[in-house]
Design a binder for this molecule. Sequence first.
Ligand SMILES: Nc1nc2c(ncn2[C@@H]2O[C@H](COP(=O)(O)OP(=O)(O)O)[C@@H](O)[C@H]2O)c(=O)[nH]1
Ligand SMILES: [Mg+2]
Ligand SMILES: [Zn+2]
Length: 350
Amino acid sequence: MASDLLRDYGVDDDIAAAASLRTGVLGRVIRVDRGISTVVTEVGIRRAAVGAALRSAATMEERPTIGDWVMIDRRDDGDVIDSILPRRSAFRRGDAERMRAQVVAANIDVVFVVHAASAEPNLRRIERELALAWESGATPVIVLTKADLCSDHAQAVAALAPSAPGVEVLVTSVPDALGIDALAAYARPNRTVAFIGASGVGKSTLVNALLGDDVQETAAIREADGRGRHTTSHRELFVLPAGGIVIDTPGLRAIGMWQSDDGIARAFPDIEECAGRCRFSDCAHDVEPGCAVREAVAAGELAPERLRNYRDMLRELDALDTEAEQRSRLEKKRSAKILSRAVRAMPKKG
Ligand SMILES: Nc1nc2c(ncn2[C@@H]2O[C@H](COP(=O)(O)OP(=O)(O)O)[C@@H](O)[C@H]2O)c(=O)[nH]1
Ligand SMILES: [Mg+2]
Ligand SMILES: [Zn+2]
């Protein structure tokens, strides 16, 4: 039986059932600081380190992240997280330098992709964020903030529409209380929404507006450019007074791609649809004859920058795959070498 407290944090029968098959105390990660998770459980809020089994997990992806449902082992020498329940969704971005994914938030239903209406829209970034959001398994919604600083927000919405086919766009202004209700409608009881976007676009201000309280620190206007300073230094999960769960994140500077099944296809349905009419099924939409995608560009139906971004993202994925393959080949070689050395070192049977 899940407690009322956990119900506020979004526990449901499926999660409770999955937890009942495991040992330990069920909880949800609401914050992570340098490997220590703050976890809400039926027995209150605990701080827990990562247990030995998880610590030896092969990838960072298998470490607890904000929004995770975890099982805690309460030990005399401190609580530890023993296991993570399977994630229903996970927003991952690639960390190309370290060749791994960072799981920004887990078990989210809606990803708010936040951009400021006061600035020129960064369409290439929107497209990347949407691909990762679709890939996460959650539903993306674009939030255009600071409408009070923009003379024509209908035009701002129109400017980004070609980069966000099929995605709802909400316009907000916190000083005018514009769009906050529409935002709140997404964060219903049992639903988890996460704010992602660059620093200074107004994520924490929206979280505070939803909470009806200044819980998250926001930046004061820095200079005449009207952009905020980076203040949110960690990710944190909150329960709204009317129910619903929100996750605030610090600004993501780089939006690297990560292994993608259909995220890119869902973010670029217009290009995928055209591609079906290319003469060659493996058309790269580059120099091939009979390319319907380039025809769409020539006809002014598709922005060349959007096509370039699409191809760049696919190339990035290819590079990731190649790198991953090389690594696993190297790993295999290395372990084969170690094995053969061990075999040679074995005492010969007499
Ligand atoms: N005029 C105006 N300023 C806003 C609005 N939302 C946020 N800001 C300001 O933008 C700056 C950055 O906001 P913050 O929430 O810290 O951005 P974050 O980095 O995305 O969390 C702060 O100075 C906010 O007061 C808005 O709707 N209108
Ligand atoms: Mg913030
Ligand atoms: Zn083509």
